[in-house]
Design a protein around this ligand. Structure first.
Ligand SMILES: NC(=O)c1ccc[n+]([C@@H]2O[C@H](COP(=O)([O-])OP(=O)(O)OC[C@H]3O[C@@H](n4cnc5c(N)ncnc54)[C@H](O)[C@@H]3O)[C@@H](O)[C@H]2O)c1
Length: 360
């Protein structure tokens, strides 16, 4: 298998949760990547430059360039391709939270669909007929496939069946990426991943939300009956998978990435409560008593699960972090980083929490 060499990576959304973990991996000591990263991020509520402050201090202006800007801006995107001789795009930038897409879908359509289109057009124009050594990798979600029953798994060939404005916008962007491959021979790879967890995740998502609510003595809101099932993957394992695909994935191919680690929301929460209680000395019974069932999310998918055997067999990737280790690392990280947490718990975030978690 020929391995790609990537020199100038345009990472979009690198100030978000998964993007910053990906950048941290590539710029970690001893990592084989030796090129430059240009991180284009609009710094929405979910983007946080503090997540990469140490990377900026160490590599800023040398191997790492932060550009505050919008993927929907064609002039800016085209300028970046030319100015930095971009050969690889790693496209994370998105509006990513299902609940927000229900309250306000428009930004999901413009960023996830039009933003992806803007990047694809720039890649097509800049790489033109000479796309040797180039790659556009699109990061997507298993939510594009809809909901599973008790049995079965999503694979690369599962039919698309998105149920929320978020997943519909991601599905549309997936289709555009594949269409650019088939129509214009743009070298693309695409990955659909299950739920990620780990350091630097914005605390509107389940695991950090629960940890922070436990630490501040707030109710622990659980949607519906708490029996929805998600597959969880430690974010560093996702970052490794992405690098594996970027290096060796076949163009025009999709790769499903998953944790092979399914949990009912309520069982996951009780496990997390026990962990936080052990690590902090907080009273477990009090934490359990804080569980509050709230009105279910409209169109709440029941179960997601991924069969990632293609990625494992073809490219030799595997998960390295068990759920037990990953959860412990995540709780430790949130306990050790109160400044990062304070920095993002803005007024906007508090208002959003009040609006979204309507108690029954
Ligand atoms: N979090 C998960 O569990 C998960 C699972 C599977 C796939 N994904 C996908 O992975 C990608 C990253 O997810 P995440 O959880 O890190 O998201 P995130 O919400 O934490 O980060 C998104 C980043 O994109 C930036 N951004 C948003 N709109 C932008 C725009 N118009 N222009 C430039 N930057 C913009 C934000 O500022 C932020 O830094 C998304 O495409 C998401 O669909 C996420």
């Amino acid at each position: 298998m020929t391995m790609r060499t990537c020199k100038n990576l345009l990472v979009t959304g690198g100030a978000g949760f998964i993007g910053c973990n990906f950048i941290r991996l590539l710029l970690s000591p001893g990592h084989e990547f030796s090129g430059r990263i240009i991180n284009l991020d609009a710094l929405t509520y979910a983007g946080n430059p503090a997540s990469l402050a140490d990377i900026e201090a160490r590599y800023g202006g040398n191997r790492y360039f932060f550009v505050s800007g919008d993927i929907r801006n064609p002039d800016l995107v085209q300028f970046l391709f030319k100015n930095y001789a971009i050969d690889t795009v790693v496209h994370f930038a998105a509006e990513s939270h299902v609940d927000r897409s229900i309250l306000g879908p428009e930004a999901f359509i413009t960023t996830n669909v039009l933003g992806t289109f803007t990047l694809l057009e720039a890649a097509r124009q800049y790489w033109g007929g000479d796309s040797a050594g180039t790659l556009f990798h699109h990061i997507s979600t298993d939510e594009v496939y809809g909901s599973l029953g008790k049995q079965g798994y999503f694979t690369e060939t599962s039919p698309y069946d998105p149920r929320s404005p978020y997943s519909a916008s991601k599905a549309a962007s997936d289709h555009l990426v594949m269409a650019y491959h088939h129509t214009y021979a743009l070298p693309v790879t695409l990955s659909n991943c299950s739920n990620n967890y780990g350091p630097y995740q914005f605390p509107e998502k389940l695991i950090p939300l629960m940890i922070l609510h436990m630490l501040s003595g707030k109710p622990l809101p659980v949607y519906g009956d708490g029996k929805n099932i998600r597959d969880w993957l430690y974010v560093e394992d996702h970052a490794h998978a992405l690098w594996t695909i970027i290096k060796g994935g076949r163009t025009g191919e999709k790769y499903a990435i998953g944790g092979e680690n399914e949990w009912e929301n309520l069982t996951l929460l009780t496990t997390l409560i026990d962990l936080v209680s052990r690590k902090t000395g907080m009273d477990g019974d009090t934490l359990h008593a804080a569980i509050t069932f709230v009105k279910d999310r409209p169109g709440h998918d029941r179960r997601y699960a991924i069969d990632c055997s293609k990625l494992k067999a073809e490219l030799g990737w595997k998960q390295l972090v068990t759920f037990e280790e990953g959860l412990a690392k995540t709780v430790d990280w949130y306990l050790a980083n109160p400044e990062w947490i304070q920095g993002i718990q803005s007024g906007e975030y508090q208002q959003w929490l009040n609006k979204n978690y309507d108690t029954r």
